[in-house]
Design a protein around this ligand. Structure first.
Ligand SMILES: NC(=O)c1ccc[n+]([C@@H]2O[C@H](COP(=O)([O-])OP(=O)(O)OC[C@H]3O[C@@H](n4cnc5c(N)ncnc54)[C@H](OP(=O)(O)O)[C@@H]3O)[C@@H](O)[C@H]2O)c1
Length: 341
């Protein structure tokens, strides 16, 4: 990963950087470290830029965060993603007021507090400042970047959105046959007492929206009834252009990355997303966005079929939260995905 996070002070850059690093290891540079001589005096711009270039050349995977457009502009092309955090001045001011002591910047809490009024005054002029720290320069930098980029207006919600999985697999880790059929699962479910849903209804009570791949959506459309009521359902597809006729208004077709999906969902106030479909789950796992997995293993070996899991950029540690064996042979395990510190 080679990511630049840009935005006003208090926009949530460090929080987002830590969250990204938790899902994929990377070195992190705060531009505050190269911008100043010590105290409040800025270093010559060229020295700061050279330090950043040198630092980049020493890293395989990195995140740079800061509000210094003059330092970022010459190194922008080194990034393969630019994230512009723009939650609005009111949110930035609130974050600055609630910041814990930052020992790397201030020798004491008192010193930090003594600087707070100046900081708030400075942060509050973000929308109108014409200098390198202001919205206009940040917006211009964002628009000039030709690579992958996203503007997050709800970084805090984004950081707190949970994405979970609730799925059944064969013992050999398959979610469907090669042709997508789940006859084996339907047969197994038919043998389960009518009073037992293996926790599905309780889980669905906590879900604000479902995100499913187009292949899973096709399967759901073959069911006799729409199973999700009015719950918002985001169908990911590069081939579907719009909602097929006869499908409820609660369904929205999206062509978006997992991060974009989470940002949109957060903006809509959806805090818990149920991610469904093998390749879709794999995409969210690779993006480091899955927080919990509930996997019900059906006692059958299929030999071949569609896999639940695929390649990952790094090992993903899981913490077992609970495990339950049902008398009819299903075994359900609930895992939390461990966030790296
Ligand atoms: N065992 C279970 O509990 C369980 C649960 C759910 C599903 N299933 C089964 O699993 C099968 C489907 O799984 P699957 O792995 O084939 O696929 P899937 O994840 O349901 O769908 C994959 C498709 O989703 C779209 N997609 C995924 N991520 C996208 C993104 N970021 N942007 C745009 N489009 C994206 C693409 O559609 P386009 O090709 O249109 O671009 C892709 O081909 C079905 O047979 C279903 O019945 C089983």
């Amino acid at each position: 990963m080679k990511v630049i996070i840009l935005g006003n002070a208090g926009a949530g850059k460090s929080t987002l950087a830590r969250k990204l690093i938790a899902s994929q290891p990377a070195a992190r540079l705060s531009l505050d470290e190269v911008a100043f001589q010590g105290g409040t005096e800025r270093r010559p711009l060229q020295e700061s830029v050279e330090d950043v270039r040198r630092w980049i050349s020493e890293q395989d995977s990195w995140i740079i965060e800061g509000c210094y457009a003059d330092i970022l502009e010459p190194v922008l092309a080194c990034a393969d993603e630019l994230i512009f955090l723009n939650p609005g001045v009111v949110a930035c001011l609130a974050h600055c007021r609630s910041r814990p002591w930052e020992p790397e910047k201030f020798s004491s809490r008192q010193e930090q507090d003594a600087n707070l009024d100046n900081l708030l005054q400075w942060v509050g002029t973000y929308d109108t400042r014409a200098d390198e720290y202001g919205l206009a320069r940040h917006r211009a930098l964002y628009e000039s970047f030709a690579g992958k980029k996203r503007e997050l207006c709800h970084p805090e919600l984004y950081a707190s959105t949970r994405c979970s999985v609730f799925i059944a697999t064969s013992l050999d880790g398959l979610i469907a046959r090669n042709d997508g059929s789940i006859d084996w699962l339907e047969r197994a479910n038919a043998a389960v007492p009518a009073s037992e849903d293996c926790g599905y209804a309780d889980y669905m009570q906590t879900v604000d929206a479902i995100v499913m791949g187009r292949a899973t959506f096709d399967k759901v459309l073959s069911f006799p009834d729409w199973p999700y009521g009015n719950l918002p359902v985001h169908v990911l597809s590069t081939t579907l252009r719009c909602r097929p006729s006869g499908v409820p208004d609660s369904v929205q077709v999206l062509h978006a990355t997992p991060h974009e999906v989470v940002e949109r969902a957060a903006a809509a106030g959806h805090r818990h997303l149920y991610i469904d479909g093998g390749r879709t789950i794999q995409g969210f796992l690779r993006a480091g966005l899955i927080t919990e997995l509930t996997i019900t293993i059906i006692p059958i070996l299929l030999g071949s079929g569609l896999r639940l899991f695929g390649d990952l950029p790094a090992d993903t540690d899981l913490r077992l939260l609970s495990s339950k064996a049902f008398p009819f042979g299903f075994v359900q395990s609930h895992y939390a995905v461990c966030q790296k510190a």
